[in-house]
Design a protein around this ligand. Structure first.
Ligand code: NAD
Ligand code: WQD
Length: 337
């Protein structure tokens, strides 16, 4: 089976490519390298011991995509390509809608032209907005508080419409909670551009000495210690969820919407403590104002993924921190070597 992985050079994509190749899938990576380094591909090649087919192109370009679909008989697409910075999306909404929504529309059009109608889409827990209760089930009300989140909601709806128009489509919408961690080798991992937006890379860069201290965004939430609670999920568990989905996609007779989370929530301070233990480094922090748009608590009910994908996360918080630390300490400046 030949799988096109859009955004396959990125953080989650690169880890998924490793598992796909190890499981015997033929993989074509498609990426415009707007938020990835070619070094990540070389590292993946070193891990799997094989050369990877990579096509540099943009999902908004019919020509770029047509080149891929005419050169390779693609059976299914795992669609990671997209922009993902919430704050940036508020400042540049049109860029986000163009890249994430228009790009997904063009991708589906070209897929349809080449009669490739199986897609796994990277959605996000952000589509639940500020949930009334936790754990979060797939049928909870949806809302978006920023253009990034709205772009994910829009693509989910577009894909459901595509299915209504043509029932041959096989569609899986995976809603990720908070991906962290890295491959066991420590040679691939998350490599944010500039100041990290997300907690885990910020903690890791503080532990390695690149940042002086972590700003904890608020300590007066209604949580165990006042700091925000999230469902951190190891990126390799997340990647495995895609393989399980791919394996079953032919059997799904309607679009499937599935949470990928662990079901456990940890506070910011609990993450700091776990990371200090894993790295044997201090992570100095200061309490700062709440970040606009943040919610107190967010964690998944992952039982539907267990039921329909036979998938559950197996890696705990200690392993998430140890693997992040291995990547960060071996690559203090990310892929820039
Ligand atoms: P990433 O930025 O590391 O990977 C995205 C990849 O897509 C990058 O390699 C980038 O160069 C590529 N890309 C972006 N726009 C493109 C375009 N127009 N054409 C071709 N390639 C393009 O991000 P990630 O963390 O690996 O996330 C992958 C997907 O998962 C994204 O869609 C993201 O929105 C979604 N997601 C991520 C998180 C998270 O916290 N990391 C959580 C939920 C959902
Ligand atoms: C986690 C917790 C912060 C940074 C975001 C997106 C979401 C999804 C994942 C893609 C919160 C706190 C953080 C820092 C802190 N991405 N924090 N200091 O906000 O759950 O989700 O990334 O889909 O759409 O919104 O993740 O890692 O940014 O924050 O105190 O420097 O850490 O307040 O409680 P979040 P995060």
């Amino acid at each position: 089976m030949k799988v096109l992985v859009t955004g396959g050079a990125g953080y989650i994509g690169s880890h998924t490519v490793v598992l796909l190749i190890d499981a015997g899938y033929e993989v074509v990576v498609f990426d415009n390298f707007s938020n990835a380094s070619k070094e990540s591909i070389r590292r993946v090649e070193a891990i799997v011991g094989k050369e990877i087919v990579v096509v540099e192109g943009d999902i908004r370009s019919r020509e770029d995509l047509a080149k891929v679909f005419s050169s390779y008989k693609i059976d299914a697409v795992i669609h990671f390509a997209g922009l993902k910075a919430v704050g940036e999306s508020v400042e540049q909404p049109l860029r986000y809608y163009d890249n994430n929504v228009n790009g997904s529309v063009v991708l589906c059009e070209v897929m349809s032209e080449y009669n490739c109608k199986s897609i796994i889409f990277s959605s996000s827990a952000t589509v639940y907005g500020d949930p009334h209760t936790t754990p979060i089930l797939e049928n909870f009300p949806l809302s978006a508080t920023n253009p990034y989140g709205r772009s994910k909601l829009m693509v989910e709806e577009i894909l459901r419409d595509v299915y209504v128009s043509d029932n041959e489509w096989k569609i899986v919408l995976l809603r990720y909670f908070n991906p962290v961690g890295a491959h066991k080798s420590g040679s691939i991992g998350e490599d944010p551009n500039g100041l990290p937006n997300n907690l885990m890379p910020f903690i890791a860069q503080t532990a390695v000495g690149k940042r002086e201290y972590l700003s904890v965004f608020g300590n007066n939430y209604d949580t165990v210690d006042g700091t925000g609670v999230r469902d951190y999920i190891h990126v390799v568990d997340l990647a495995q969820g895609h393989l399980n989905a791919l394996d079953r996609i032919r059997n799904f007779n309607e679009p499937m919407t599935i949470n990928l989370g662990t079901g456990n929530g940890y506070s910011v301070l609990e993450m700091v403590e776990a990371f200090e233990k894993a790295s044997a480094k201090k992570v100095p922090y200061t309490i700062a104002e709440r970040r606009v748009g943040d919610i107190a608590t967010c964690f998944a009910d992952p039982s539907y993924a267990k039921e329909v994908l036979d998938w559950e996360a197996t890696r705990g918080i200690d392993e998430m921190c140890e693997d992040t630390w291995r990547w960060q300490s071996q690559n203090p400046n990310g892929y820039i070597i």
